[in-house]
Structure formats: C-alpha cells, structure tokens
Design a binder for this molecule. Sequence first.
Ligand SMILES: NC(=O)c1ccc[n+]([C@@H]2O[C@H](COP(=O)([O-])OP(=O)(O)OC[C@H]3O[C@@H](n4cnc5c(N)ncnc54)[C@H](OP(=O)(O)O)[C@@H]3O)[C@@H](O)[C@H]2O)c1
Length: 355
Amino acid sequence: MSLTRLQKEVVDWAIDCPLTTLALALVGAGWLSSYVLSFARMLVDLARPGIPLSRFGAKKGAWAVVTGATAGIGRDFALQLAGAGFNVFLASRTKSKLDEIASEITAKYPQIKTQTHAIDFSAHDADYASLKQALDKLDVGVLINNVGKSYDEPMYFQDLPEQDMTDIVEINVWDDDLMLSRSSPSNATLKCTKLVVPGMISRKRGLILTVGSFASLIPSPLLAVYSGSKAFVSTWSQALGSELKGTGVEVELLNTYFVVSKLSKIRKSSWMIPTPKTYNSAVGSVLSKIGVQGGAVGQPHISTPYHGHAPVQWVVDHLFSRAFWLGYNRKLHLDIRRRAIRKREREAAKAAKAE
Ligand SMILES: NC(=O)c1ccc[n+]([C@@H]2O[C@H](COP(=O)([O-])OP(=O)(O)OC[C@H]3O[C@@H](n4cnc5c(N)ncnc54)[C@H](OP(=O)(O)O)[C@@H]3O)[C@@H](O)[C@H]2O)c1
C-alpha cells in the first residue's frame, strides 16, 4: 500500500523531529537496561551467600529428610546435609541401598544420626502412616522433596505405557486419592510436605526444598507427562511459599537442568551438566544458596543457583519466543529419541548375533 503525500510528510516530520528521536531512544534505552539489570541481578545473586543452614537447625540436632536418597541428586543431598551437621532421615524404595548410604554417612560423620525408611512412593498403598509415625518423633528442619520419575526415553503421549503415566503422576505429583478429588492430597511431594509442615511451623523454622526441572520452564514435547508434573510442583511451591510467609518456613523450588544420573541417562559431566556432587557442593551451588534466585530472576520461591544452569534459565526467560523454545525442545527430544531407538536396535542385533 503506497502512502499519500500527506502521510509521507507526516512520517518524514516524525523521523526528523528531535522529540520522536528522543522518545524512541528512551524506550530503547529502557528496554535494554531492563535486560542488563536483570542479567546483573543474576550475577550478583550467584556471588552472594544464601540463608545459612543453621537457620534450619544444622548442628543443633535437627533432621533433614531426603526422599529418593539412594542415588543421583538425592544421595548427594543426604551426604552434603550430613556434612553440614543435620541428622539424616533417608526415604527410598530399596532397603539395601538405604543401609549402604546410611553406613557411608556414619563412617564419614560418626556424630550424625541416620534413620532409613523403605517406601515405594509409586505404590497405591504406600504406607504413609508409618512414615508419619517415624517423622513425628523427629525435629525436622529440612525436607528435600527429591524423588521423581521420568520417561525411559522420550516418546509420544499415546505410546507412553499406562503404568509409567500413573507412576510419574503418582511420584511427582499426586495419587488416585487426589485424582478422584477425595479429601487429602496424597503423594510423595505433597504428602511428605504435609507430614512435616505443622512441626516446622510450631518450631518457627524449616526448609521445604523440592527438586524441579527445566522441563517445567519450557514444556517438553515427548516428555509431556513428566513436564506437566514438574510444572505442577513449580506452581505449588510458589503458592505454598507465599502461604507460609512469616512462619519461619522457607519454601523453594530448585530448578534443575541436566545433572549426571540414572534418570537423565547422562554419564559425562560438563560445565553445564554437573555430577550431583558438584551440583550440591561446589561454590555457588545449591546448599550454599538457599533463598537465592540466581537464574530465576524475579521469581519468588524459585531458585536456579547452579552457575552452569542459571544463565541457561536467564536466556530461556529473556531471549526468543515461547514458540521458539518449544520447537527447540521438540527437536532436542526427537533427537534423543532417535538415538535411543538406534542404540536399542544395535543392542538387539548384537544379542541376536550372540545367540
Ligand atoms: N538428573 C537430571 O538431569 C534431572 C534434571 C532435572 C530434574 N531432576 C529431578 O531430580 C530428582 C532426582 O533425580 P535423579 O536424576 O537424581 O534420579 P535417580 O538418580 O534416578 O535417583 C532416583 C532416586 O529415587 C528413588 N526412587 C525412584 N523411584 C522410587 C519410588 N517409586 N519410591 C521410592 N523411591 C524411589 C531411587 O531409589 P531406589 O534406587 O532405592 O529405587 C533413587 O534413590 C527428580 O525429581 C528429577 O525429576 C533431575
């Protein structure tokens, strides 16, 4: 569409007008400085210490409860919290593995008490009554809601086995009780939190830290159920954190990008993909950064404190569109799926040859 002479004159006048130039420059400078300030805020956050663990009862006889404590991130949380001076309550599925980690803690920190509790959080009849009985006797200062389940490999929703779908929702979010809208929210994350929050409120101190995932930051195609379950705990953590404001109980959703583990199926670490030990203990990482938002700039009760993960979240939150990131994640998971299928085919061929 061509402009009339009058329209052209108006446009030329606006471009030439110093006021227009000034206004455009101000808008541009404001937009740019909001990005610069947000990035600077993340850098400052990464350099400052978090709330000291003594606020939650470290070295004062308090207990840290860790779910999914026998492997990966949870196992290292247990070791680090014992090192920080918490007695440690270890809850996981396999009794022998629990005993192993408890012995390791006792050997390393003889003054630290441990208790183990074998429970399958995916079971419909998981015995929360006996878990409650055990926890009620303890001064719980910290709860690490770490247990989680993901897919065996990225796959389309319609292909996800029903049992996997139920287990992911059951462990990461809720169980049948909640799905059927019965009274109490009952699952590993919600239920364990419900068991310890009243005691924390009465003692006016506590930390509820739930391990979240970048799968909730950007929806993850081919991991749709896992991604949705992590979005649930993210929203829930922010709401709960606000509810508990002023009670002395800190709530934090720990946003996690890839970490070397059985769940992620990644074996080689890098700057962006740390081992659980590096993730929990390195300077600038999780336990020294409680209450620090890091890469989750301006998002209350969410923390991305690990120096290799924080810039990734900042970039995702500030650059490009949601559609771009959704497409990026789709490509990433299609690629992981292709490689998983190829690996399976190679292994099947090898097994057939060996027969
Ligand atoms: N690794 C990553 O890249 C990554 C990224 C983002 C978020 N996350 C989140 O981080 C958390 C930990 O992941 P991870 O990679 O450390 O996992 P992991 O290495 O696979 O460890 C899982 C732990 O959970 C326990 N567990 C699994 N199913 C259970 C069940 N049904 N009942 C009771 N305990 C059960 C396991 O105990 P047993 O061995 O005794 O069965 C083990 O101690 C999860 O919430 C995950 O979503 C991980």
